[in-house]
Design a protein around this ligand. Structure first.
Ligand code: BG6
Length: 484
């Protein structure tokens, strides 16, 4: 199966923070891969904008280095690299001063899609938005792209939304949560709403509980300052895991269009109950193999920031009342693995007697790595000896099922940036969605602060603190293993 490339119209893309880490690691390599795939036309203009002293050729050298490092498989092809670099320019700009703005406006004269990527800290969002408007660069086809963290709490997210709304319509603002750009995350919607098989069972009558795990092996090296102020709750739970929860729990939207999908996700977030303190476990990783533990890494022996969190959430609506959602995410765990396990209830009555044991179906959706779906079903153990039941997996690896071209799915940023150019907001968060997620998060964090809560230590390379197991055990359940 060969993936289809649907070309986009010519566009101008300005990357504020064009020399920064995100631009080098993600944005420029993603644009380059889409260029190699032939998705955008020759007369596209990509303008890096930052405060450093560069001219076009010095910036192109920086971009070429980034491609060699972060898109090495394609960067071997020199004609492609040269073709891509020919479309790159640089403008030295200062968000809070007049430097560079007239020059930038002078380059953006054509009436076509114009995207401004704010790859800078949120502190500068207001200044950038004001300058773009003041220099006459806002047209009907202007879009801005903003990254997470979108705020630090509900109030700061509201302030950011209000600032941006002073210059742009909601339909022009693309708030990125890169998990929504992952091929397998979009697949959640295809699995749920493209098959008759699952939807009738997708409710509290048939589902015992749902487990969402996003486990990472990396620590927080290089991002200590940011991370110690954020922690796993703000860095992962409020956004990425919340989005996964929404896609798993939402009602079928009437159509696959931005507001229909986002309305349904918002209803899920608003139906979440307040999480009880005894339904939350926070952890901090310890040292290993000469590598510092969390506190050593952030240089604060008393840091109370969590690098791991597990919690039990409830959605109070008709579909899910009574079905707990267990969510966990952490750094420096035993394996990199993002999986959603839908744990079905036991059959109501066993005709095979107590000796056959209790068996329940499990649908596992593996988001990364080794993307695929497994459905555990119960069958008779082969051979004589009576009716003994065992569970076997119906296992589908997407790479095997879809062929070798699909073994390396496009990076989330490739999809998301092309969606910005196409003007499709379905996979971007709406302002009210972000605020609702913070409204759920804030009281949890406020509770820790009020109680002086301290995260539990856990070993690097483990599955997290033992208390996370207890959280499940108390409910007569257990976590599925974290496997690569
Ligand atoms: C980022 C978080 O948003 O997502 C990081 O800030 C995290 O802490 C990363 O490591 C995980 O993304 P992925 O695509 O590697 O699963």
């Amino acid at each position: 199966m060969v993936s289809r490339v649907i070309p986009v119209d010519p566009f101008d893309l300005v990357i504020f923070g064009g020399t920064g880490d995100l631009a080098r690691r993600k944005i420029l390599p993603a644009l380059f891969r889409r260029y190699c795939a032939g998705q955008w036309p020759e007369d596209v203009r990509i303008i890096g904008a930052a405060r450093s002293e560069h001219d076009d050729s010095a910036y192109r050298a920086l971009v070429a280095d980034a491609l060699r490092e972060f898109a090495p498989e394609r960067a071997k092809d020199s004609p492609s690299v040269d073709g891509f670099l020919a479309r790159i320019r640089y403008v030295r700009i200062d968000a809070e001063e007049q430097t560079g703005w007239a020059e930038l406006a002078g380059q953006l004269t054509e009436d076509r899609v114009r995207a401004f990527y704010f790859s800078v800290g949120p502190r500068l969002f207001g200044a950038l938005a004001g300058q773009i408007e003041a220099h006459g660069m806002v047209t009907d086809r202007t879009r801005i792209v903003v990254e997470k963290p979108f705020g630090h709490d509900l109030q700061s997210a509201r302030d950011l939304n209000a600032t941006l709304a002073g210059h742009f319509d909601e339909g022009q603002i693309y708030r990125i949560d890169h998990y929504l750009g992952k091929e397998t995350v979009q697949n959640l919607m295809a699995v749920r709403f493209g098959n008759m098989l699952f939807e009738p069972l997708w409710n509290s009558q048939y589902v015992d509980h749902i487990q969402i795990t996003v486990a990472e092996t990396v620590g927080i090296a290089g991002r200590e300052g940011y991370y110690d102020r954020a922690g796993a709750m703000r860095d992962m739970m409020q956004n990425h895991l919340m989005q996964l929860l929404c896609l798993i729990a939402m009602e079928p939207p009437a159509k696959f269009d931005p507001d229909a999908v986002r309305d349904e996700k918002l209803k899920v977030i608003r139906a979440l109950d307040q999480v009880q303190p005894h339904h939350i476990v926070r952890g901090q990783y310890g040292p290993s193999d000469g590598e510092p533990g969390y506190r050593g890494a952030v240089g604060n022996s008393r840091s109370a920031t969590e690098s791991y969190i597990a919690l039990r959430a409830h959605i109070s609506n008709w579909r899910w009342a009574g079905t707990p959602f267990y969510l966990r995410t952490g750094k420096r765990l035993v394996a990199r693995s993002s999986v959603i396990n839908v744990m079905f209830k036991d059959a109501p009555h066993s005709i095979f007697g107590a000796d056959a044991g209790r068996h329940a179906n499990v649908l596992s959706i593996r988001l990364q790595p080794n993307e695929g779906i497994t459905l555990k079903v119960t069958i008779k153990e082969p051979g004589p000896g009576g009716m003994r039941l065992i569970d076997v997996p119906l296992d589908m690896s997407f790479a095997e099922a879809l062929g070798p071209e699909n073994q390396d799915p496009p990076d989330a940023y490739e999809r998301l940036i092309m969606d910005v150019i196409r003007g499709n907001q379905t996979l971007f968060m709406r302002g009210d969605e972000v605020e609702a997620a913070w409204a759920w998060t804030d009281p949890i964090i406020a509770g820790w602060q009020a109680r002086g809560d301290v995260p539990k230590p856990y070993d690097s390379g483990s599955t997290g603190p033992g208390d996370a197991e207890l959280l499940m055990k108390r409910d007569g359940r257990h976590w599925q293993g974290i496997k690569p």
